[in-house]
Design a protein around this ligand. Structure first.
Ligand SMILES: Cc1cc2nc3c(=O)[nH]c(=O)nc-3n(C[C@H](O)[C@H](O)[C@H](O)COP(=O)(O)OP(=O)(O)OC[C@H]3O[C@@H](n4cnc5c(N)ncnc54)[C@H](O)[C@@H]3O)c2cc1C
Length: 85
């Protein structure tokens, strides 16, 4: 299992760095880092000459369900159970 405290800190620092490093121009701006937005942004960014900004309006990543493997597993199992009912 990964170290949740260390992972949360790395996520926080990475987001801080990304937010402080915004450029004045992008070739593509993708709104929403969900299932489709993250795939579209990754495909566009595969071209290293292309500047891509991926915007996400959702809340912070620093929740137990994201930073803790066990909590994420429980979240997935509960989602599957709720879908079955
Ligand atoms: C509990 C649950 C379980 C599911 N289980 C399954 C499953 O087992 N299999 C399956 O195939 N599908 C499942 N789904 C459905 C699947 O998650 C969705 O169909 C899929 O995520 C839709 O992708 P999307 O990219 O359209 O939207 P999302 O993945 O919802 O992404 C949209 C993103 O855009 C962001 N956003 C919204 N407005 C803005 C804005 N103005 N600016 C910037 N960002 C913004 C949102 O915060 C979000 O992150 C499940 C859904 C739920 C809720």
């Amino acid at each position: 299992m990964s170290d949740p405290v260390n992972f949360a800190e790395r996520v926080r620092l990475n987001q801080q760095k990304l937010a402080s490093d915004l450029k004045s121009h992008y070739d593509f701006i993708v709104c929403g880092a969900g299932t489709s937005g993250s795939v579209v942004a990754a495909r566009l960014a595969a071209d290293l000459n292309t500047q891509v900004l991926l915007l996400e309006a959702g809340g912070t990543d620093e929740t137990d369900v994201i930073t803790t493997d066990l909590d994420f597993a429980i979240f997935v199992l509960e989602s599957i159970q709720n879908n079955d009912n």
